[in-house]
Design a protein. Structure first.
Length: 130
C-alpha cells in the first residue's frame, strides 16, 4: 500500500465570496498545525463530513452545543460578577440580584469567606434549576 497518492486540483473563483473566504483561510493557516494546503483541506473535509454525519444521527446536537456554549457564557458572567462584588454570602447575593435588590456592602467583621468551589457549585445548581 506504499505510495498510493491521489492528486487533484481545487479551483477558487475569487469573485465568489465563499471561494475567496476559503482561499484567504488557506493563506492564513497556522503552518505549524497544517504544514501544507493538503493537510488543511483534508482536516476541513473530514471535520465537515464527520459533523454532518453526527447531525444526521442526532438532529438536536447543534441545539445542545449552542445551549452549552450559552451556559458557559452565563457561568463566566456570574463568576466575573462575583469577582467584583464584595465577598459576602453567595446565596444572599444571588437572591438579592434575582429580586433586583442592590447589593449591600458588609463590614469586614461580618464578612463570611466562602470556598470558591462552593460558590461555583451553588451557581451551577442555580442554573441547572432552570
Amino acid at each position: 500500500m506504499r505510495g498510493q497518492i491521489v492528486s487533484t486540483n481545487i479551483r477558487f473563483n475569487l469573485e465568489k465570496e465563499e471561494d475567496r473566504t476559503a482561499w484567504e483561510c488557506l493563506q492564513q493557516r497556522d503552518k505549524k498545525e497544517h504544514r501544507s494546503y493538503s493537510r488543511a483541506v483534508i482536516a476541513a473535509v473530514n471535520d465537515y463530513f464527520e459533523r454532518r454525519g453526527r447531525l444526521a444521527s442526532d438532529p438536536y446536537l447543534e441545539t445542545r452545543e449552542k445551549e452549552d456554549a450559552f451556559l458557559l457564557r452565563v457561568l463566566e458572567t456570574i463568576r466575573a460578577g462575583f469577582d467584583h462584588v464584595a465577598p459576602v454570602s453567595t446565596a444572599a447575593t444571588l437572591l438579592n440580584l434575582l429580586q433586583n435588590i442592590p447589593p449591600q456592602t458588609a463590614s469586614t467583621e461580618n464578612i463570611v469567606q466562602e470556598d470558591p468551589q462552593e460558590a461555583d457549585d451553588a451557581a451551577l445548581d442555580f442554573v441547572n434549576s432552570f
